[in-house]
Design a protein. Structure first.
Length: 270
């Protein structure tokens, strides 16, 4: 497989049948820009076609997994139909193509994970997180609905009660708590993360490929049943980028202050 067209992702084969995929913008804590978002939306089909790969590990280069969307990407989304239309398609592809990829996807969550990076981390078939890694779904903090991957996978992984709590409050979750509530598969010390991900990947790579693919396909029927909720949540998220709350949320993040959302005004509600 020729990976040379990718500029924000790196690829290596640490073991027979195992592909290591790294999100590679360490100088920006692997924050999402338009190029990285597009690459993460198409890479799973290339992985599916890669004859050298039977299992893929996805992780972040450096100290972060992916620190959410960078300011330039978010600002370009506000009120921009063309950008929103493109992101809607790409966000759908990220979720659905991980589900439909015939090869097991293992995420090694080495640091902070937010936004589309968190979607990749939690949509993986097996998710392993470092004890001190932290993540949040921060959509509501920005002023848009928690669309993306959240509606389709959080209630399935944990519970509706926990999903509502964390998606509505945007509280951060560390590795230990994520494992406790079932949001990830396994939590390990940071020093052991990559070795443990590789150990599991090698075990799967030695296994019966057809049976593993069939089991993944069968189990992900649970996820596919939630597709109408995902489509609705993603559309509502994208709609929010045309509203005043998203502009205020973005401005507040840039200015490092508490947002004052226009939708809280009685005049706005009327």
């Amino acid at each position: 497989m020729d990976w040379s067209s990718y500029t924000r992702l790196t690829f290596e084969y640490p073991s027979e049948g195992v592909l290591l995929l790294k999100i590679n913008r360490p100088h920006r804590k692997n924050a999402m820009d338009a190029i990285l978002h597009a690459e993460l939306s198409k890479v799973w089909r290339d992985i599916a076609a890669d004859e050298m790969c039977r299992v893929v590990i996805v992780t972040g280069e450096g100290e972060a997994f992916s620190a959410g969307g960078d300011f330039e990407m978010v600002e370009d989304t506000l009120g921009n139909y063309d950008t929103v239309h493109r992101l809607f398609a790409e966000a759908s592809e990220i979720v659905y193509d991980i589900v439909n990829c015939p090869k097991p996807v293992i995420s090694a969550i080495n640091g902070v994970a937010v936004g589309a990076g968190l979607a990749v981390a939690l949509m993986a078939d097996i998710s392993i997180i470092a004890e001190d890694a932290r993540f949040t779904d921060g959509h509501i903090r920005l002023g848009v609905a928690a669309g993306d991957h959240a509606a389709i996978i959080w209630p399935l992984l944990t519970s509706l009660a926990k999903a509502k709590y964390y998606l509505l409050t945007c509280d951060f979750i560390d590795g230990r708590e994520a494992e406790r509530i079932g949001l990830v598969s396994k939590c390990v010390p940071a020093a052991d993360l990559q070795a443990e991900a590789l150990r599991i990947a090698e075990k799967l790579a030695r296994g019966p490929a057809h049976a593993i693919t069939a089991t993944k396909r069968s189990l992900n029927l649970w996820v596919k049943q939630a597709a109408p909720m995902f489509e609705s949540a993603l559309a509502l998220e994208m709609l929010g980028f045309f509203g005043p709350d998203a502009r205020e949320g973005f401005n507040a993040m840039q200015e490092k202050r508490r947002p004052v959302f226009p939708s809280n005004s009685p005049a706005f509600q009327r």
